[in-house]
Structures are given as C-alpha cells and as structure tokens.
Design a protein around this ligand. Structure first.
Ligand code: 6IA
Length: 148
C-alpha cells in the first residue's frame, strides 16, 4: 500500500513531550502507506526544529508534501500552531476541490481533565476527530479511517 502518501502532523515547536507516541503512530501508519513526515516522531529532534534549515524551506516543503499527500493524520493533544495551520489549509482546500481530490483528515486526541481540545478543531466539520486513551484505541481509529 506504499502508493498511499500519508501526511502525519504533530507538534514540533509546540512541545515534544509526546514524541514517543508520535513515533508509534508513524510506525503503525506505515501499514497503510508511506508517511511523508517520518521525522516528526524522532525523539532527538530539537525542540527548535530543523535548525539548519530556514523556516521558509520547512514551510514550503511541508505545504508541498501536504498537497501531495492522499490522507492527513494529525495528533492534536499538544497544541501546535503549525498543526493548526496545516489542518486549516487542508480543510479550506477540501472545500474547493472536486470530490476525488479531497484529502480525508483524521485528528487523534488524548483527553485529560485539565485540558480541552480547541473548538476550532473539535468543532470543525471538515475533520474527523477521535479521542483515544491507549495506543490500541488510536490504532482502531486509524484502521477505521483507512477502511473508508
Ligand atoms: O508549530 P509546530 O512547530 O509545533 O508545528 C508542527 C507542524 O508543522 C508539524 O506537523 C510539521 O509538519 C510542521 N513543521 C513545523 N516545523 C517543522 C520542522 N521544523 N520540520 C518539519 N516540519 C515542521 C524543524 C523540524 C526539526 C525539528 C527537524
């Protein structure tokens, strides 16, 4: 299933505390296609990002990958401006392209008592948001998402 290109989005400068979960999700997504953004799970990734690359390069490359992908999966537990931006761009794009061009978007969120997902994601009809507590739950949501 390597012809399916998956854009995995998750926090980088927003905070790296969930990087191990990102890596697990990326490994699992490999079952369904090529994850274009495998570096996001890299535990050694500096909080400040790919410091040897200009931000404009990172931005333009990621937007190109996003446009080139077939499906988008985002881990949205750690709030990230970059992930919100990527999701917003794809939701908007999906509104204007033909049915066959739309890229389905799955957001995975781990609920906790002292945190609430942004209404701009939780309330967005253009993305499917699923809560999970364990990796197995996240995997089930991913299976469901790729079945459709
Ligand atoms: O605002 P954030 O940095 O948390 O945004 C994270 C999101 O934006 C991710 O979904 C990435 O796709 C994208 N993004 C932001 N910064 C980078 C980046 N910088 N490299 C790749 N994608 C990025 C440096 C990465 C570095 C740590 C290796």
């Amino acid at each position: 299933m390597d012809d399916c290109k998956i854009y995995f989005a998750a926090s980088i400068r927003g905070g790296r505390q969930d990087s191990e979960i990102y890596q697990q999700l990326i490994d699992y997504l490999g079952k369904y296609g090529k994850v274009l953004t495998e570096h996001i799970g890299d535990k050694g990734l500096a909080l400040m990002g790919e410091d040897n690359m200009p931000d404009s390069y990172i931005h333009d490359r990621d937007v190109e990958w996003l446009t080139d992908s077939h499906k988008v999966v985002a881990e949205v537990t750690t709030a990230s401006l970059g992930v919100g931006y990527e999701l917003g761009r794809m939701v908007e794009r999906n509104r204007w392209v033909g049915e066959g061009e739309k890229k389905p978007i799955l957001c995975l969120y781990r609920p906790s008592i002292n945190k609430k997902l942004s209404a701009m994601i939780a309330g967005c009809a253009g993305v499917v948001t699923k809560e999970y507590r364990t990796f197995d739950e996240a995997a089930k949501h991913i299976d469901e998402f790729f079945k459709n």
